[in-house]
Every structure is written in structure tokens, then in C-alpha cells.
Write a protein that binds this ligand. Structure first.
Ligand code: PEP
Length: 251
């Protein structure tokens, strides 16, 4: 059975002490959230170890925002999957549009990163989504379909138990412009159809597909009411514990 998940992506925000305080506030409020909604916070690498000290033993999961596409060695500045698991972190976001856009993340690199992450026992939150030009040109299905197939075509039905998909239209990220619930649902249903083609009906039904892009307490309820939207990947609103928890209470 797929899960309801609300995952916060802190991006490059907060110092370590600020992040620890935010994590404490999320853990304190997490008791309000029904047990069938999984909360995850994705923090900068520097925060993972101290934030894990805060979340361990609670219902809040911990995620990285990226990982290296190499196992170990002379790759200055990179952070490997074994470094991530050694902090206590259990998930990593991969393929966020900001990494694709600013850091040259390709589908090929994402295959390597996903392979390493799964082998290390991490769960992957794999992001896909079209930009504004692609949406306006009516190419959103094509773009999202290609991103999904290019990466997942290298994995098995068994691997899919470790993969969560996040559909994030780039034009809705940090812009205050949310995709309507109907716009989001039609892409989510399309992605689920691709999963059915690739891996069969069971995997398609069991895979969690999150929506991301200016999701907040005021619009989360309408989005989460859609049959193929299983939760959210939250940027800006994840930096306030009250808003983040408010979103999780929207199911
Ligand atoms: C994100 O970056 O994953 C995101 C969804 O950001 P925001 O909620 O701020 O649009």
C-alpha cells in the first residue's frame, strides 16, 4: 500500500543551530499528525547528523537533498551515500529541478545516484517536472514521461519499493503559483500509468507520488484529495513548523 507523505525540503536555508531548533519544533508538533501520514525533513548535509539526534526515536524521517554519483574517493566536495547513512539519514531527494537547472544534473547521473542510494539502503525521492516553456508549449506530458522513463527504466519492480516520485512543475516552485489540483492530478495519473506500463499494476498502485510547488496549508487539502496525489514535497512552507504541520493535517 502506498503511503501518505509530507516531506519538507529545506534547500540551502538555516544555519545548523537554526535547523536543530526547526527540527525540534517539527518533532514537538508531529504528535498532532495522524499516524498514517509520514513526515520527512530534508536538510543540508551539514545538518544531518545533529538533526538526526533530534528526530531519532520520533515519527519524523530524515532526508538529504542530494548525494554523489560516485561511491567514494577523490571527488572533492562531494558527499557519498555511505556518509549519508552514517548520519542516520534514511532518504535522499534526487533530481530536484534546482539541481537539474543549476548543477547540470542529468538523467544519466540520476541513474547512478539512485543506484548507489538504493544499494546503501536509502529511499529516494525522485523529482520530475516541466518548466514554464515546456508547459506553455504543451510538452509537459512528454517531458515528465521522458524524465520518469529515463531514470526508472534502469530499475526493477523490487527497486520501486525504495522510490518515491515527486512531481514538481518548475513554474510552481517558489513562485507562489500552484498547479491547480486538476493540473497536478492529470500528471500524477499519467506518471502512475507509466509505472503500470513499466512495472505492472501493483507497483503503480503502491508507489507514492508527491506534488511539489508552492504547496501550503491553504491549498494542500484540495491537492491531497485527488486520488493520485499521495502527499507533498514542500519548500518554503517547510521552514515554519506550523505551516509544515498544517500541510500534513490537510489529508
Ligand atoms: C521545492 O523546492 O521542492 C518546492 C516545492 O518549493 P516551494 O514549496 O517553495 O515551491
Amino acid at each position: 500500500m502506498r503511503k501518505h507523505i509530507v516531506a519538507g525540503n529545506w534547500k540551502m536555508n538555516t544555519t545548523v543551530p537554526e535547523g536543530v531548533e526547526l527540527a525540534k519544533a517539527v518533532v514537538a508538533k508531529s504528535a498532532e499528525v495522524p499516524a498514517d501520514v509520514k513526515l520527512i525533513i530534508a536538510t543540508p548535509f551539514t545538518h544531518l547528523y545533529p538533526v538526526n539526534e533530534v528526530v531519532k526515536g520520533s515519527a519524523v524521517g530524515l532526508s538529504a537533498e542530494n548525494c554523489a554519483d560516485k561511491e567514494k574517493g577523490a571527488y572533492t566536495g562531494e558527499v557519498s551515500v555511505s556518509m549519508l547513512t552514517s548520519t542516520g539519514c534514511e532518504y535522499t531527494i534526487l533530481g530536484h529541478s534546482e539541481r537539474r537547472q543549476y548543477y547540470g544534473e542529468t538523467d544519466e547521473k540520476l541513474v547512478e545516484k539512485t543506484r548507489l542510494a538504493i544499494a546503501a539502503g536509502l529511499q529516494v525521492i525522485l523529482c520530475v517536472g516541466e518548466n514554464l516553456d515546456e508547459r506553455e508549449a504543451g510538452k509537459h506530458f512528454e517531458v515528465v514521461g521522458a524524465q520518469t522513463r529515463n531514470v526508472l527504466g534502469n530499475f526493477t519492480a523490487e527497486d520501486m519499493a525504495k522510490i518515491i516520485i515527486a512531481y514538481e512543475p518548475v513554474w510552481a516552485i517558489g513562485t507562489g503559483k500552484t498547479a491547480t489540483a486538476d493540473q497536478a492530478e492529470e500528471i500524477h495519473a499519467y506518471i502512475r500509468g507509466i509505472l503500470k506500463d513499466m512495472f505492472g499494476a501493483q507497483v503503480a498502485d503502491d508507489t507514492t507520488i508527491l506534488y511539489g510547488g508552492s504547496c501550503k496549508p491553504s491549498n494542500a487539502g484540495e491537492l491531497f484529495a485527488k486520488p493520485d496525489i499521495d502527499g507533498g514535497l514542500i519548500g518554503g512552507a517547510a521552514l515554519k513548523a506550523e505551516d509544515f504541520i498544517g500541510i500534513a493535517l490537510s489529508f
